[in-house]
Design a protein around this ligand. Structure first.
Ligand code: FES
Length: 102
């Protein structure tokens, strides 16, 4: 079980719990505003863009090459950017804070 907190563009803080699947799926299931997951999680839409809170990047690891390529097309991307469909809900993710970009 991992508790994951999303901070939306409106500064709303939403903490959700999950045990498996992708972080994008968890966000969509819990109606987190700004996470659409249009491509269904195949890393081709960037509508699941989040920025990992500084200090929590050890929980999320680094973006894969295909993910980085996708993020390069997004003007709002920075070094903390991840596509949350590429993040799996695991115990290791417990407590992570993700800022929703859109
Ligand atoms: S859901 Fe499309 S890139 Fe993540």
């Amino acid at each position: 079980m991992a508790k994951i907190t999303f901070i939306t563009k409106d500064k709303e803080e939403i903490t959700v719990e999950g045990t498996s699947g992708s972080v994008m799926e968890l966000a969509v299931k819990n109606n987190v505003k700004g996470i659409d997951g249009d491509c269904g999680g195949v890393c081709s839409c960037a509508t699941c863009h989040v920025q990992v809170d500084a200090g929590h990047t050890d929980k999320t690891g680094v973006a894969s090459e295909i993910e980085s390529d996708m993020l390069e097309l997004d003007d709002d991307a920075n070094e903390f950017s991840r596509l949350c469909c590429q993040l799996q809900v695991t115990e290791a993710m417990d407590g992570v804070v993700l800022n929703v970009v859109k």
